[in-house]
Design a binder for this molecule. Structure first.
Ligand code: SF4
Length: 279
């Protein structure tokens, strides 16, 4: 058992470019829009490493930019879909450029999570009607009414007629405002356990919530297995969260309002692993 066994989601930020500025996003609050993209070499390196590790979770293209704006994004997807991988692939998108990826529509190997941000009901209905027929496109309404993130979390999301999902709107580790608590009762964050975040240039970042991204390493210098098991900085975060039940003094975490506890057997197994590595 090692830390990689716990990882369920590899989140990849393939570009720093976006074509929207939603009110609840750091991009409407000073985060720069940059024409930076993942190279095919970087994509292949990640893919090869995941294959070597027999990764069985989910590779999610999302991050701080809009994935469908990534240069050669269809080729990047093709790379990740080569050789019938054990993992699943998801693209989270605002849908503006989704038609560029038409060749993947109804392709069971890829799942699109299409966030509909328009507050215009007829436009939203048009989008739902147009894409509802594709079995691999999940449509989620997250209309941008010009609210801040806190108000947004109290709004309704619609997933093919369902309501209620808050979709994890947070203060982006402090980028959108201060947290309003001292500490949670349980400060240990599941993002450290189940998620990994890789930036467009192969840098390892802490998590999707950190919009002043901490650079913890790079995929070309430290492979995924080495990073997750031996990176000292990451281990420091782990120990503080799980052994001291605290986020104090940790850049990003100390200002983050995400409450995301780890429960059950997984918690116990994870704690045992930390203890074992301490011996
Ligand atoms: S506490 Fe916040 S910043 Fe820290 S790992 Fe969790 S989600 Fe990321």
């Amino acid at each position: 058992m090692n830390y990689f066994n716990f990882v369920k989601y590899i989140e990849i930020n393939p570009t720093e470019l976006c074509n929207l500025q939603c009110s609840f996003c750091p991009r409407a609050h000073g985060y720069p829009n940059q024409n930076l993209h993942m190279s095919l070499d970087t994509a292949r390196e990640i893919k090869n490493q995941l294959d070597n590790l027999h990764f069985k979770g989910k590779v999610i293209f999302a991050g701080r930019g809009e994935p469908t704006l990534t240069k050669n994004f269809d080729e990047i997807l093709d790379i990740f879909l080569e050789n019938e991988p054990n993992y699943r692939v998801q693209v989270t998108t605002n849908g503006k450029k989704i038609d560029d990826l038409k060749k993947f529509f109804n392709d069971a190997r890829v799942r699109f999570s299409y966030d509909i941000y328009t507050p215009d009901e007829s436009e939203a209905n048009r989008i739902i009607e147009k894409y509802n027929e594709y079995s691999n496109i999940r449509l989620i309404r997250k209309p941008d009414y010009g609210l801040n993130f806190d108000q947004f979390t109290k709004g309704k999301s619609v997933r093919r007629g369902l309501t209620g999902s808050k979709e994890g709107m947070t203060n982006r580790a402090g980028f959108l405002g201060e947290n309003t608590f001292d500490e949670f009762e349980d400060n240990a964050c599941a993002k450290l356990v189940y998620n990994m975040y890789i930036d467009w240039n192969g840098n390892y970042n802490l998590c999707c919530d950190d919009w002043n991204p901490l650079i913890l390493g790079n995929i070309f210098e430290e492979n995924i297995e080495e990073f997750i098991n031996y990176n000292e900085n990451l281990n420091g975060y782990r120990k503080k969260h799980f052994c001291e039940n605290s986020r104090k003094g940790l850049p990003a975490c100390q200002t983050c309002n995400r409450r995301s506890p780890v429960t059950g057997d997984a918690r116990e197994d994870y704690m045992n692993l930390i203890r074992m590595n301490e011996m």
